[in-house]
Write a protein that binds this ligand. Structure first.
Ligand code: ZN
Ligand code: CU
Length: 485
């Protein structure tokens, strides 16, 4: 009688803690890791010989906009193909819930929502839609501060919220945390929240402390004013009594290249007496909506989508402007609503941030884009292959740690992020010699190489280059996570 449901035999275990690799068998029963044994020692119904391959915890993508992708595209191939088993959604101030409709779907929310039906008045209702869609991998969700603003202030966003509006937003956040959201994100860089004051955000965020939830920030500024923006972010998190995550840390535009020298020590100093973390994606280009202010700060701009001129997808904005016979700024107006990729960072800064022991890996991929940034399909294998193996920036054990246990700890994802008995069986098997991203800026929709098997809650979801058509993903709710901590 086999004792276990599934065995990964003869693999090289990198357990997510950062400790050196070792040979081991891993046994799974139901949705948990049931045993870790000497090579060849364990037996089960379904056995995989993974000799020569690395067995790691499933990767946690801490910065995503996959909220509605989990519903519309439950196979989540763009993530399962990278070994990702959990996505943290609702970043940058944008979430589909809790949202009260006061107007047509604002352009800002089109970053994450294609169908209005996915917008939900309560987080409980939204989580129910995700569960009904039965995604292949797990989702944890943040409440977007901009979503709260759009719900309470409608179109009237070019000012700070009044105190009655602040309490309405605070109540909405409190309710959503009670329903299982794991924290709040803000996007003070974006128009819907640009006019929010530090006080406004800190007061809305107050329930985070009571619920022991996290605050994540797409900061007001990632360029000239980055140090001030970091101070503001730290102040908001501390006043709310919340742990803090700075999203997609970067020093943007040429005049700020090299300033990781200032920002990284500032993170270290602040982390001495407060839980503070940051995430990074492994590319020198960012991507978001097409904004004129951002064009001048970038060396090059690629259009990712345009409702007005769909044929512009994937093309250099300069070429589009030339064809239209206008300036790039006029072209940006004519393409609206639209999205873009901006080449705006230095490779040296990206490498410095990626190598920092505090850095978590997050893709920031935009799953609804027609011609997405390659980070959507390539982030995790690019860190493992290009940056760890090929450039030797950091050992593989450390790359894995910053995709798994560090991420689980910073976001409170209990019993995930380590290969340990009793933990959930979220696992990834990859070939350390061949793992690589294949998605490029020219051809961005390409599954990674070398990811052999992705297991979520004990069930294989990606195997031998294909989705298995199984859907064991769960909504990870704050209260359940706390109960298991
Ligand atoms: Zn962002
Ligand atoms: Cu983002």
């Amino acid at each position: 009688m086999p004792a276990y449901d599934l065995i990964l035999r003869n693999g090289t275990l990198i357990d997510g803690s950062g400790k050196p690799r070792r040979a081991a068998d891993i046994a799974v029963r139901d949705d948990r890791i049931a045993a870790i044994g000497a090579p060849g020692s364990l037996r089960g119904d379904n056995e995989f010989d993974v000799a020569g391959k690395v067995v790691a915890p499933g990767f946690i993508d801490v910065h995503t906009h996959d909220d509605t992708a989990l519903i519309e595209n439950p196979g989540m191939a763009m993530k399962a193909s990278q070994g990702v088993t959990t996505v943290v959604c609702g970043n940058c101030g944008a979430s589909p819930a809790p949202y009260i409709r006061l107007q047509d779907t604002p352009h800002f929310l089109s970053l994450i929502v294609k169908k209005d039906a996915f917008l939900s008045r309560t987080f409980a209702e939204f989580a129910g839609k995700v569960e009904a869609a039965r995604p292949a991998i797990n989702g944890a969700f943040l409440v977007g501060h901009s979503t709260l603003r759009l719900s309470v202030m409608g179109n009237d966003l070019d000012r700070a919220a009044r105190s009655d509006e602040v309490s309405a937003m605070r109540d909405m956040l409190d309710g959503a945390l009670g329903d299982g959201a794991i924290g709040m994100s803000s996007g003070l860089f974006y128009p819907p929240a640009m006019h929010a004051t530090t006080d406004e955000v800190a007061e809305i965020a107050a329930p985070l402390g009571k619920h022991k939830a996290v605050y994540t920030a797409h900061m007001r500024d990632e360029g000239n004013e980055i140090l001030q923006a970091m101070d503001e972010t730290f102040e908001i998190g501390r006043r709310a009594g919340a742990s803090i995550v700075v999203s997609h840390h970067k020093c943007s535009s040429r005049q700020n290249f090299g300033r990781m020298r200032e920002t990284l020590p500032k993170f270290e100093a602040a982390a001495k007496d407060w839980p503070i973390a940051f995430d990074v994606y492994p590319y020198v280009a960012g991507s978001t909506i097409l904004r004129k202010e951002m064009i001048d700060r970038a060396d090059k701009v690629l259009v990712t989508w345009s409702d007005a001129l769909p044929a512009a997808s994937g093309r250099d904005l300069r070429d589009v402007a030339k064809e239209l016979g206008c300036t790039v700024h006029e072209a940006a107006d004519r393409l609206q609503p639209a999205g873009a990729i901006y080449f705006q960072m230095s490779e040296a800064d990206v490498q410095k941030a990626l190598s920092h022991p505090m850095a978590m890996i997050g893709s920031d991929g935009l799953p609804l884009d027609k011609h997405p940034h390659p980070r959507l399909w390539g982030t995790f294998p690019r860190v493992l292959g290009h940056y760890s193996r090929d450039l030797k920036l950091f050992p593989l054990e450390d790359a894995v740690r910053r995709m798994t246990s560090l991420s689980a700890r910073n976001f409170g994802l209990s019993k995930r992020g380590l290969v340990r008995e009793g933990y959930y069986a979220d696992l990834c098997v990859f070939d350390p010699d061949t793992v690589a991203d294949t998605a490029t800026f020219e051809a961005p929709v390409m599954p990674a190489r070398g990811i052999e098997l992705t297991i979520c809650n004990g069930i294989p979801v990606w195997q031998a280059g294909k989705a298995t058509d199984r859907y064991p993903g769960r909504v990870l709710r704050l209260q359940e996570l706390k109960a298991e901590a």
